[in-house]
Write a protein that binds this ligand. Sequence first.
Ligand code: NOJ
Length: 570
Amino acid sequence: MPKTREMLFVGFFLLAAAVAHSEICTDLPEDISAEAREYSQHVQGISKRQPSSYPKEPFISGTVPPGFLWGTSTAAYQVEGGWNTDGKGESIWDHYAHRSGRTPWGDTATDSYHKYATDVQLGADMGMTAYRFSISWPRLLPDGTLAGGVNQAGVDYYNKLIDELIAHKMEPLVTMYHWDLPQALQTKYGGWTNESMVDYFNDYATLCYQKFGDRVKRWATFNEPWSFIVPGYGLGVSPPQMLFGMRRRQYEVAHVVIKAHARAWHTYNDTFRAQQGGEVGIVLGAPWGQPRNTSDPRDVQAADNFEQFFLGWFANPIYGNGDYPDAMKQMINGDGTEKPRLPVFTEAEKAYVRGAADFAGLNMYSAYLIYASNHTLPLDFISAVIPDLKGAKDTEDPTWPHGSSSSTVLSYVVPWNIREQLRYFSEKYSHKVPFYITETGISEKEQFPPNMNDTWRQCYYMLYVDEAIRAIKLDGRDVRGFFAWTLMDNIEWGSGHSVRLGLHYTNFSDPNLTRTPRVSAKLYGDIARSGGFPEGAAHSKHTQEWWDWCHTMEPYKGTGTGAGWYPGMH
Ligand code: NOJ
């Protein structure tokens, strides 16, 4: 045997032995925290899952409680267009799109600034009872400040949209910040790096409550703070593209954002709640971190740390003890000998932030498989994007349904992440609040010609809605709404319309930007109208028939030809 092959063989043998050892070693090492030990035992107790295998839950029929909200979600920059129409100010996304020389798709987007009534009708046709949209801060306050003046045309636009929704029996759930900061605040103050943003955001939130709070009863302050802070102020890849200093600045920005959220909640609580009787919460991105081997406490600990660096960064202060997770404090600030990079909340701030939310909005799409490792290679999402998170690496389980690289479907389909994340959140945080699934959805690359029979999306919503019902029925979770991302293909940020997530297809080549329902729109509508999957309903039977197939790779190939035909579509 040549030398190198021999070495490879020995190496492989050692690796195999190490893997075998790690799989049979179930004794918990000493250096594992009590919490991870308990969590590991708990996970083993509730889950029959084998490492790296896809748990196929059985279909269950069942419906959601009365008053449950069925909706779709959008965001201002992604749909409105009219970027400088009727007095709107420039946002950091407008600025970025124009300056970077990219095709500024957001200038017109899906033109919902003019076509809002069409959009409301699409939702009504699906039997939706809610719509989640965001307000563009610079449309209301062109330079971001009250001193700079309120744009009455902006107020009129949102009044019309809200009234149209209510006339069609849809409740608005309104996000105040879905990433489109007024450029003027960026230029003058450095955006969210500046503590004064807490006041400016509070002025803007107050204006929203004053103008629309008589009809809007559910407010989300921020959408996915992680997703604009890390790429925008850490990695510098999206607006405002602040390069360098990621290991400090992104934490300082998050500190300001958390305080701004808390301030807006307190303002509502103190000044508006008695009269308006609504709720204010925040929407957090919540990718699930699944331990690769639930019997190995090191993987469990690594996955827990992953959760802390995503969800816990914001959830722990607001829904937990008012402070950052211990794992973050230890890994970022170390032994305290250097100036802390993760800022420190005062006791008064902790008390102010803790419990400042009436609900939790969770965006739950997919999952990562997390394992413990101190190696640099292979390069993974964690090492590239959150290098402060030590000892954990991520991968995906190849058995999770997904499209192939030659197909168009881009996501891993992991419906049980919903139930796991809701369990984790409920057990971890002491401030008990209702949940809204504020976003979930599946993407595909733009197709020519477009294919309305989106089997991948039909399967996705069958599996994910059924999982939400399972969380309510089997685990008793207080889930009050399900919002599909998204109503129609829109501007997927830097990807423009090359990535599609819509229940409706948008024809961007047509000056009218026509929207056409995909088959998934009909299916999701049937689910919503009947409150889920009632026993005997045609779509429940259909879902039951498709169930096994939806757990294979087949529907996600992106061609949509394999599955036949969903009743009612022509
Ligand atoms: C999360 C964001 O909130 C939304 O703006 C985005 O389009 C979807 N995820 C899909 O990527």
